[in-house]
Write a protein that binds this ligand. Structure first.
Ligand code: 6PG
Length: 324
């Protein structure tokens, strides 16, 4: 059986201090191109192969030998981890983010990170502590927002303020690398302005472009999810969910207050290299089930439409995962 694997393979060597790396171990082909390999090829290398399929999750493969434990991700892989506590989740999220920072700083010399609002920022709290506060190459980070409320930056509802107070003010990311919306503009104006800003950063290679979609390809998008299954400011049943041309759109009738917001569209979300969906709480269990479980509800919630070009990693607490 031939399965598509991405060229870059996550490798962790448990007997040494080597951390998660992306290294080409099999294919001689150019990087970032999916290629075909089959199980017998891997056995020839003295490794054992196991394929894991979890409900609607994509193929996922782990390989181990006596000295190595290798995890291979197919394009579009979905991973799911459930944590006993918010603390454990925050520890794992910091490790995941730091590993991706390392990878992209080495590969691209920059790390483009997208934040959303809500409880996500609190889940990033371990990144501002040792060892990450000292080891991460913060000067190479570039921060964007998947969505923002159209309010002044010092307003209690501002996602910028939330992120600044809880995260950005505690790490040495250069202020010029933090791309907040222009809060002097209307919702329409702010969306247009933010899209123009994205076009500039794509042009200057701060953010990659997806060869497949032509939309910006962020290295990591850190998304929360609402109890109704919304992500960014893409709400169930709202026409914006279907927007497939604009990079950034505005909404004036958000069911979650405040009503005026700007948001990445699905093509931008789904062109991402990595997405972490960070979900806490029992009130989210139904939407998590809609996306990952055997839900009776046939309506596809926005969260179930999250499908990045690269990897989707769910970080759930036990309450959010209780219906799976
Ligand atoms: O600005 C916003 O409202 C958001 O970006 C939104 O998409 C948020 O991430 C979710 O509603 C989850 O929020 P909680 O984690 O606080 O539930």
């Amino acid at each position: 059986m031939a399965l598509p694997y991405t060229l870059h393979t996550r490798l962790s060597i448990s007997t040494t201090s080597v951390r998660l790396l992306h290294v080409p171990i099999i294919s001689p082909r150019a990087s970032h191109k999916p290629f075909e390999v089959n199980a017998s090829t891997l056995r020839l290398r003295g490794l054992s192969l196991s394929l894991v399929s979890d409900k609607r999750l994509s193929h996922c493969c782990s390989i181990s030998s006596s000295r190595t434990k290798v995890s291979m991700a197919t394009k579009g892989e979905v991973k799911k981890e459930v944590f006993e506590s918010g603390e454990d989740l925050a520890v794992a999220l910091a490790k995941y983010t730091a590993q991706l920072s390392d990878k992209f700083c080495k590969e691209r010399g920059a790390f483009s990170v997208v934040l959303s609002g809500g409880s996500l920022i609190n889940s990033l709290r371990k990144l501002v502590e040792p060892p990450y506060i000292d080891s991460i190459e913060w000067s190479r980070w570039h921060i964007f927002w998947a969505d923002e409320r159209v309010v002044p930056k010092d307003h209690e509802d501002s996602n910028y303020k939330l992120a600044y107070d809880g995260f950005l003010s505690k790490v040495p990311i250069p202020p010029g690398n933090v791309y907040a919306i222009n809060d002097a503009l209307s919702a329409e104006g702010a969306a247009e302005d933010y899209e123009t800003c994205l076009r500039h950063v794509v042009k200057s290679n701060v953010v990659d472009i997806s060869a497949a979609s032509g939309f910006p390809k962020f290295d990591l998008q850190l998304l929360g999810m609402g109890p109704d299954g919304h992500v960014a400011s893409l709400f169930p049943g709202h026409p914006l969910v279907k927007e497939n041309e604009k990079w950034v759109a505005f909404i004036k009738d958000s069911p979650k207050p405040p009503p005026e917001r700007i948001t990445f569209t699905f093509p931008v979300i789904n062109s991402s290299a990595y997405i972490a969906l960070v979900v806490n709480g029992a009130n989210k269990a139904g939407a998590v089930q809609n996306a990952l479980g055997n839900s009776q509800n046939s309506e596809k919630l926005p969260v179930a439409m999250v499908s990045p070009e690269g990897e989707l990693a769910w970080f759930l607490d036990t309450a959010a995962a209780s219906k799976l």
